[in-house]
Design a protein. Structure first.
Length: 480
């Protein structure tokens, strides 16, 4: 019986693998009909070999000397592994939603309330009995409660009670409060915690410094004195920072536009020390993408550093040693567009090949699709593989587009002469629903995009003309 069960499970895995391959092949064949004059993804790609002359290592040269030793041949990987999360299992990220293991009686009791108002009322009723763990549990669980809003009076009252306990209960862990409020993006509380943070700053560990910097950057708290002290502490602790911590610090500097030369130099030096001449196996692509985007914003003129970091990421893509999620790939495209830097053909080949499965990533949303579309137009990259990800997203979820992304994607479709009828129908219907949210010049751009593509009709033009008249009346007489 056990043998039969094992055989059945193996057969199911084979069928699932075959199904995934069939889906990928069918999607590749569909490109030719939707994207005219684009490079066919089924065409054989150019052979990428190591610049050192090693055959069969599959490593790209990109027209320059290789910076890393040739890795051993990577084992074959399935589609599921290619779409895996960029951060290794077990590594804690700093996202908008946090998880918490309720290990106290009050935490277990409060976790039963799924609605934010009920949850906060329970916290206010029992806050006199809250320990430090209970306060942290409540802040963490708030990220997963329904109908939560930091502007509600009940949350303001809850936050005041918590901040009253900050000096007594969080003197040695103020970074945890900063982080939780950073996740909630509640800047007033972080401003109130700054005196305690500055007093405890010399005692914070390198990891705690990175978390605190991320929290201040997340809430856009740009207090010059606090950042000056924090920057000095980070420069002194830079040799002890791990790569994820360096990425968080760089992201925080970029968020508040703090490009002080000593601090930026310390960040770049820390990155080189951790990546130069080392294998990228085990390095999270999320950290590399954060660094690439942040450093490009801080020092856009340092093309040598950008080129080196891009080469590292492309080598990880070509060698299949570092999986990239949708957010990371679209941030790479967006950063290249912001720098107005179009890589060479071999680098673009690797990046386009890695982007061909974005539509299968459930985190690929309309902001990423719009950023990818803008980047392809800015860089003048006419390749069917990344473009089809945008087309497929509109065909599936075009009726949920916001007004700003609707305009961006419609202009992309018009410029690239996309002929996907279903996607155009989605854009036409959504334009009649949400174009009223656009400004007057943007509505005119939307009309021109439909006229250029020839996909408009009298109903679409009539609704857009009505929206233009509404905006003109508002400009002339004011809003009602």
């Amino acid at each position: 019986a056990a043998a039969r069960l094992r055989g059945s499970a193996a057969a199911q895995r084979d069928v699932a693998s075959l199904g995934r391959r069939c889906v990928a092949q069918a999607a590749s064949r569909a490109l030719d009909g939707y994207l005219p004059a684009a490079r066919s993804p089924s065409a054989p790609s150019r052979s990428l070999s190591c610049s050192s002359g090693h055959s069969g290592c599959g490593r790209p040269a990109f027209g320059r000397s290789s910076l890393l030793p040739c890795p051993p041949p990577a084992p074959a990987r399935g589609l599921a592994l290619a779409l895996a999360s960029a951060r290794p299992l077990g590594a804690r990220g700093f996202a908008k939603i946090l998880r918490w293991e309720c290990d106290t009686p009050l935490a277990r009791e409060m976790s039963q309330f799924q609605e934010a108002p009920d949850f906060l009322n329970f916290c206010l009723e029992n806050c006199d009995d809250f320990s430090k763990r209970d306060w942290l549990a409540s802040l963490t669980l708030l990220t997963t409660r329904r109908r939560f809003n930091t502007a509600t009076p009940v949350f303001q009252q809850y936050s005041r009670r918590l901040l009253e306990q900050a000096d007594a209960q969080f003197a040695d862990s103020v970074h945890l409060l900063l982080h939780r409020y950073g996740v909630l993006n509640h800047a007033p509380a972080i401003w109130q915690l700054l005196p305690l943070f500055r007093a405890r700053l010399p005692l914070l560990t390198p990891k705690q410094l990175a978390i605190s910097a991320w929290a201040l950057g997340r809430a856009l708290v740009n207090d010059e004195e606090a950042w000056a002290e924090l920057g000095t502490a980070i420069r002194n602790a830079a040799p002890a920072l791990a790569l994820p911590d360096v990425a968080m610090v760089a992201w925080a500097f970029a968020a508040v536009e703090r490009a002080q030369p000593p601090e930026v130099v310390a960040v770049k030096k820390a990155v080189r020390e951790r990546l130069m001449g080392r294998d990228l196996v085990g390095v999270a692509s999320h950290d590399l993408c954060m660094l690439f985007k942040a450093v490009a914003k801080l020092t856009p003129e340092d093309l040598r550093f950008h080129e080196w970091l891009l080469l590292l990421m492309l080598e990880g893509m070509a060698n299949k040693t570092t999986p990239y999620a949708a957010q990371g790939l679209t941030s790479i495209w967006g950063t290249l567009a912001a720098l107005r830097w179009k890589p060479d053909d071999e680098a673009l080949e690797v990046l386009c090949e890695e982007s061909r499965l974005l539509r299968l990533d459930h985190t690929f949303n309309q902001d990423m699709a719009a950023e990818l579309a803008r980047s392809l137009l800015t860089l003048n990259v006419d390749d069917g593989r990344p473009a089809y990800q945008v087309v497929d997203y509109v065909a599936r979820k075009g009726l949920a587009l916001r007004a700003d992304t609707l305009l961006t994607l419609t202009e992309f479709f018009a410029v690239r002469s996309v002929s996907h009828d279903l996607a155009w129908k989605r854009l036409g219907v959504r334009a009649q629903q949400r174009a009223v949210d656009l400004r007057l010049p943007d509505i005119d751009r939307l009309i021109n995009a439909f006229k250029r593509s020839g996909k408009g009709n009298q109903r679409i033009y009539g609704m857009l003309d009505l929206f233009m008249k509404l905006r003109e009346d508002q400009a002339r007489y004011g809003a009602a």
